[in-house]
Design a protein around this ligand. Structure first.
Ligand code: SF4
Ligand code: SF4
Length: 355
């Protein structure tokens, strides 16, 4: 008999779900969802699993990742059970279930713990700046080392093991005996969805949806390019005009686009941005601060003014460390990774079923 988690409803509310218990199982949400298909039918099934506490079935499902939060299901639900918000909260819940450290679960459910983690990062960096007797040049040198070490270790210690856990929960434990060639053939799906998120365009034809997709697309490209420019091309120390210009463009893309994302959330312009979990706010605001502070630091370097305004670099490194050590491994950034792998795993399952 399937294990029932009687506390699941309460937990999901902490992850952002609202009113899903009002569902009377009519199926309107599934009928109006542009992304739901005969083989991948949602969100009604996920609402049922949530109402009945089937946490293990939810853990094994890729369906929450196949939803791109268009919001039609919520608009047309006769019970106002907000199935779109439930799907979003299930993605947060799954991030916590995949995470071997357990920190995602704590952070998603507890704002105080989240804030404490942010303050600990500030305290650690302030300690290095104030107690250590380093020159500004040395501090920037170590800042660059920190970036490289943080990227490598977060990937190896958190992201990779969590991806393996996701693979285990959704494929291996479900007895999907995929042939190696299916992993190879499906690889295209991983890359296409990771960089384009093109399924968003299937949501609807509205102009605002297309603008949102385009902004999201250039944000992903800008973010990955800035990561490459700062970590591998050492943007703050390079003399190359091309690399300097690239850094300015990529960091500007980040703060301009995220500023619009912040406005969207404030104005609640679409279903996607009507309900915001506190981690959604941290995500957009920190991404904005990261782009803006990186841009400003490089500008101060080029104007020969960084010595006088070194506190800007101090702020930049704090924002960067909070982003790299808290938001990326334990929060919304993981959507980028898990959703792409969900599309990949889903394709593998389909290829295996057909063979
Ligand atoms: S439309 Fe609303 S009431 Fe009907 S199945 Fe979906 S969530 Fe439940
Ligand atoms: S939010 Fe959009 S994609 Fe997700 S289940 Fe609802 S209608 Fe479908």
């Amino acid at each position: 008999m399937a294990k029932v988690d009687l506390t699941l409803g309460k937990k999901l509310k902490k992850y952002g779900a609202v009113d899903f218990n009002a569902c009377y199982n009519c199926g309107t949400c599934t009928a109006v969802c542009a992304l739901s298909t005969g083989t991948d039918s949602f969100p009604r099934e996920m609402v049922r699993l949530s109402v009945t506490g089937q946490s293990e079935d939810i853990k094994a499902s890729l369906k929450p990742w196949l939803c791109y939060y268009c919001g039609e299901c919520t608009t047309y639900c006769p019970q106002e059970a907000k199935p779109g918000e439930l799907m979003m909260s299930l993605r947060r819940y799954l991030i916590a279930r995949y995470d071997w450290t357990g920190l995602s679960s704590i952070f998603y459910q507890n704002l105080t713990a989240y804030l404490v983690a942010f303050f600990l990062v500030i305290a650690a960096i302030a300690g290095v700046f104030l107690i250590g007797e380093f020159s500004h040049e040395n501090l920037m040198h170590y800042g660059h080392y920190f970036e490289m070490i943080a990227v490598g270790s977060v990937f190896l210690v958190i992201l990779l093991p969590n991806l393996i856990r996701m693979w285990y929960f959704t494929l291996l434990s479900q007895n999907v005996n995929a042939h190696i060639k299916h992993y190879w053939i499906a690889l295209k799906n991983l890359l296409v969805h990771m960089f384009t998120q093109k399924r968003t365009l299937q949501c609807n034809d509205e102009k605002d949806n297309k603008i949102w997709w385009f902004e999201h697309f250039i944000l992903v490209i800008g973010y990955l390019s800035l990561l490459f420019t700062t970590v591998f091309l050492n943007w703050f120390s390079t003399q190359s005009i091309i690399v300097i210009a690239m850094g300015y463009v990529f960091s500007a893309i980040i703060f301009v686009v995220t500023f619009d994302f912040i406005l969207r959330r404030i104005k609640k312009r679409s279903a996607k941005t009507t309900f915001s979990h506190f981690t959604d706010w941290f995500f957009v605001i920190w991404l904005f601060l990261m782009g803006l502070s990186a841009f400003t630091v490089r500008l101060l370097i080029d104007l020969n003014m960084l010595e006088s305004y070194f506190w800007v670099y101090f702020i930049h490194i704090i924002v960067l460390a909070q982003w790299a050590l808290i938001i990326v491994p334990f929060g919304k950034w993981m959507h980028f990774l898990y959703r792409s792998f969900a599309m990949y795993f889903d394709k593998i399952i389909k290829l295996t079923t057909l063979s």
